[in-house]
Design a binder for this molecule. Structure first.
Ligand code: FES
Ligand code: FES
Length: 174
C-alpha cells in the first residue's frame, strides 16, 4: 500500500507492506537513522518520536514508533531528532541541555529521551517548577542503561530554564 507521512516537514511516500511499523518506515524508507530501534516490544522507549495532530491544540506528544503501523501515522506530523534543530543548525534547547549537562554516554536512548523531555516541558504549565518525581515519572517509559538518569533530569531542567529565559526558542507555540 502507498503510505505518505510527513516527517520533519517533508512528505515521504513509499509502497510498503501494510504491516510495516512506523519505526521501520522512518529508518528504512525515510532513511532517518536518528530514531533507534531497540526492544520492539514497547519497553525501552528508544524509538520514541514526537507526533503532532493538526486537529488538536495539544503539543506534539511522544509515541513509541515500534508500537504503531506506519499507515496509522498518515495525517500527522512526525518529528524525529533530525528535525529538532533549527534550519540554521541551532540546537533545540533540549539538545543543548543534553550537551551542557553531559546527559548521554552511548547515546542509544538519547533521541527518545530528548523527545519525551521536550514533551514534558511543553505540556507543563510551569516547566521550571517540575519536581524530580514528575520528570522521573515522565521519562519512565524510556530506559537508559548508561547514565543513571541524574544528568538526563538535569538536562531537562536546563532546557526548561532556557526556554523560560528565551521563549522564542520554544519549538511549538501552540
Ligand atoms: S523499540 Fe523499544 S519501545 Fe520501541
Ligand atoms: S546513554 Fe546509553 S542507553 Fe542512555
Amino acid at each position: 500500500m502507498l503510505v505518505s507521512i510527513s516527517i520533519n516537514g517533508q512528505v515521504y511516500s513509499h509502497d510498503v507492506e501494510p504491516r510495516v511499523l512506523l519505526v521501520h518506515f522512518i529508518r528504512e524508507y525515510a532513511e532517518l537513522h536518528g530514531t533507534h530501534w531497540g526492544c520492539d516490544t514497547s519497553n525501552c522507549g528508544i524509538c520514541i518520536v514526537l507526533m503532532d495532530d493538526p486537529n488538536s491544540d495539544q503539543p506534539p506528544y511522544p509515541v513509541k514508533s515500534c508500537t504503531m503501523l506506519a499507515a496509522m501515522a498518515e495525517g500527522y506530523e512526525i518529528t524525529t531528532v533530525e528535525g529538532m534543530a533549527k534550519p540554521d543548525g541551532t540546537l533545540d534547547p533540549i539538545q543543548q541541555g543534553f550537551h551542557e549537562m553531559h546527559a548521554l554516554q552511548c547515546g542509544f536512548c538519547t533521541p527518545g529521551m530528548m523527545s519525551t523531555g521536550r514533551w514534558l516541558i511543553e505540556r507543563h504549565p510551569n516547566p521550571t517548577q517540575m519536581t524530580d518525581h514528575e520528570i522521573r515519572d515522565g521519562i519512565s517509559g524510556n530506559l537508559c542503561r548508561c547514565t543513571g538518569y541524574d544528568n538526563i533530569i538535569k538536562a531537562i531542567r536546563w532546557a526548561a530554564a532556557y526556554i523560560e529565559e528565551h521563549p522564542e526558542s520554544a519549538r511549538t507555540a501552540r
